[in-house]
Design a protein around this ligand. Sequence first.
Ligand SMILES: Cc1cc2nc3c(=O)[nH]c(=O)nc-3n(C[C@H](O)[C@H](O)[C@H](O)COP(=O)(O)O)c2cc1C
Length: 240
Amino acid sequence: MCDPDGLSRGEEHEELFGGRFPEPARKAVFEAIYRRRDVRRFRNREIAPRVLRRVLNAAHHAPSVGFMQPWNFIVIRSVATRRRVKELFERERQAAACFYDEPRRSQYLSLKLEGILEAPLNLCITCDPTRGGEVLGRNSMPETDVYSTCLAVENLWLAARAEGLGVGWVSILKTAWLREILAIPPHVIPVAYLCMGFPERFEQEPLLQTEDWRHRRPLESAIMSEQWQLPTLPYPNPID
Ligand SMILES: Cc1cc2nc3c(=O)[nH]c(=O)nc-3n(C[C@H](O)[C@H](O)[C@H](O)COP(=O)(O)O)c2cc1C
């Protein structure tokens, strides 16, 4: 039997005793996921230290291979440093433009793809592949250190959204130069360069979709059944 919220007795029991989250909390998790956006336009407002700490702590609670915790968070406020990163971005942005033909090239160059100087702070999330010596579960897939670091980025992105903070990922940067600017040792990988602050607004959909650059694939085109397969139409839904 289901109650008006669609929960069976068993589910209700679960909700009360540590299974499914109570309804507002469950909804909030999905809200954070669906309402997260890559943000490139920021308001001129500082982030309170306790809020920054909460968001960094959420990142620090990401899963990691063998509990390796390979990440570090470089918090960058210096305008001089950010100017250098912005110059790096500009160089790379121009260089990448040659990969597109017109009219796509002009469209690419018109897109706002960073908020390095507008945001009150930037973050570089790094991965140290040497952290923790012999790491349980990492022998066969050494790249799981970087995967773990990306999960810290996603945790941070979602926690920031819950705090009303926007995050934008800037990957149009040459790693070697970024390393030099931030004095990152050669063995450490700068995985994510992020701009963070209060956004002008959270858009309803990705900018690249609004600008007709690329659209979200239908979920059905991403799901396969049992083995890798070419999409067939009409697509059978394996979760039914
Ligand atoms: C690894 C990675 C690198 C990205 N690099 C950039 C970037 O350099 N500039 C930018 O504007 N957005 C960048 N993005 C943001 C994506 O464009 C964005 O996530 C995507 O268009 C979907 O939009 P949404 O995040 O608002 O849902 C990056 C995202 C990821 C995950």
